[in-house]
Design a binder for this molecule. Structure first.
Ligand code: CDP
Length: 230
């Protein structure tokens, strides 16, 4: 059976990673969460005194070359998890604090150059599902299936708010909505590879779509492409 690459882009908190993980699992493909890599760089900045209300961009750039980022499968969960300089930081990168600075970090051209190169290496072989903001446009422009996911900001904020509460974070819905809007703005307006829908991507607005319906729809797209490839 031939393998394809699947690129999933879109706005924050649209369920890209849930869908990508499930697709990868069912197809026996590798899942790569590109956002986790940007989050890990933001975490590094926070943990190393490079954020004092504003981000010390020059300071971060001094460390950038030496930063080691990779994914390793956690034997307990079977999930691939992000490691920063050899340490598993999968949990630490999901806080609202990291979300506050990640889009600023992701707008730095040198950060993107490094991370895109790593992502392209990881996605060099087919049989990969990668999610992010610029996967279909920049990282894997040759992906056979491209999706662009979106939903109303309020819906997305409500989903993320629930997730953060379940993880025990103290945060208000208003703060989460503000963060969703702020990242939408920064991600869509940055100079280097801003968030845009690739011309050949299928748009999925899941404001009113259940997870199962969405998964089945996307799975049928993938099957159609795989059939044509046989
Ligand atoms: O919160 P959500 O899961 O939607 O975002 P994420 O996928 O974890 O990505 C966090 C942030 O990283 C985004 O808001 C972008 O600023 C940045 N990012 C990016 O610039 N390019 C990517 N390919 C992936 C993420």
């Amino acid at each position: 059976m031939k393998k394809i690459s699947i690129a999933i882009d879109g706005h924050s908190s649209t369920g890209k990673s849930t869908l990508a993980r499930e697709l990868a699992r069912s197809l026996g493909y590798v899942y790569i969460d590109s956002g986790a890599m940007y989050r890990a760089v933001a975490l590094f900045a926070l943990e190393n005194g490079l954020v004092d209300d504003t981000l010390d961009e020059a300071g971060l750039l001094e460390h950038l070359q030496a930063l080691e980022l990779d994914f390793k499968v956690n034997p307990e969960t079977g999930r691939s998890e992000i490691h920063l300089n050899g340490k598993n930081v999968e949990k630490q990168i999901r806080t609202i604090e990291v979300s506050r600075y990640v889009s600023e970090v992701a707008a730095i051209p040198q950060v993107r150059t490094k991370l895109v190169a790593l992502q392209q290496e990881m996605g060099a072989e087919k049989g990969v599902v990668m999610d992010g903001r610029d996967i279909g446009t920049v990282v894997l422009p040759g992906a056979e299936l491209k999706l662009f996911m979106t939903a109303a900001p309020e819906t997305r904020a409500a989903r993320r708010y629930k997730e953060l509460l379940e993880r025990g974070e103290t945060v208000s819905y208003a703060e989460v909505l503000k963060n969703v809007r702020h990242r939408d703005h920064l991600d869509s307006n940055r100079e280097v590879s801003p968030l845009t829908q690739a011309a050949d991507a299928i748009r999925l607005d899941n404001s009113d779509m259940g997870l199962k319906e969405q998964y089945e729809r996307v799975r049928s797209y993938a099957e159609r492409i795989l059939k044509a490839k046989k």
